[in-house]
Design a protein around this ligand. Sequence first.
Ligand SMILES: Nc1ncnc2c1ncn2[C@@H]1O[C@H](COP(=O)(O)OP(=O)(O)OP(=O)(O)O)[C@@H](O)[C@H]1O
Length: 247
Amino acid sequence: MPHITDIRLPVVQLVRVCVEHHAAAAGRPALVEASVGFPERSLTAVVGPPGAGKTALLRCAAGRERPSRGRVFKGSRELAALDERELTQLRRLYVPRRPALPPAHTVYEHVTQAASVTGRVPSEAAVMEALRLVGLEEQAASRLTDLSAEQHKRVAIAAALPVGPRVMFVDEPSDGLDDAGVQRVMDAMRALVERAGYSVVIATRAPAVAAWADRAVLIGGGRVVGKIDWPTSDEIAAELADQPDVC
Ligand SMILES: Nc1ncnc2c1ncn2[C@@H]1O[C@H](COP(=O)(O)OP(=O)(O)OP(=O)(O)O)[C@@H](O)[C@H]1O
């Protein structure tokens, strides 16, 4: 079992992050003084109701959105100090709710091409290892059009693997999937943690999905309102229900 201790340096850390870009339209800031760290070799679920700020938090952590205030660190370095290549690497590690994949490509071609945007073409061994980690090595030659929504999610995760830091942000991994699909996607993420030492961060509305994680970070109304280690679905649901200002 992986251990979470607060003395380990987080792979990525947010310190009092505020996102106010759309505050006027939304009626409130997307994030308010959100502080959270994501330790290596761990699966963290950011969980809360619709509009709570989960996507904003993951996008800030992945360098896709610049906070209005506060700081984001990758290891000991602030994102603002990273060069463009390092930022591009980090941004690729965010997998959106519905990844758009080019239909004409095979799985192998897509992972190779997607990983090459940072300027380094991954070796065949690195691509096959990424596909093995997400359980798709036998689909390497399949066209993306022939795969299911669940397999698309795993391809999108694999495409982020061959280059870059060992951290991964997956927005709503269970969106649109049946129970078997959720199981396969979560198994793939658990493999990244256990077999490759990744810090995997997911955003989800569903306490039952968050219960797969080593730690649940509860978010409501743009604020981090709680953290539960080794959470159960019931504990998460109860804690969220107790929050007066959760959305
Ligand atoms: N481009 C935008 N324009 C206007 N408001 C926005 C925009 N992006 C985010 N928001 C607002 O910021 C807040 C947080 O949104 P965010 O998408 O981070 O929430 P979420 O918890 O991921 O929600 P969901 O579960 O529905 O994906 C919401 O109030 C949302 O309406």
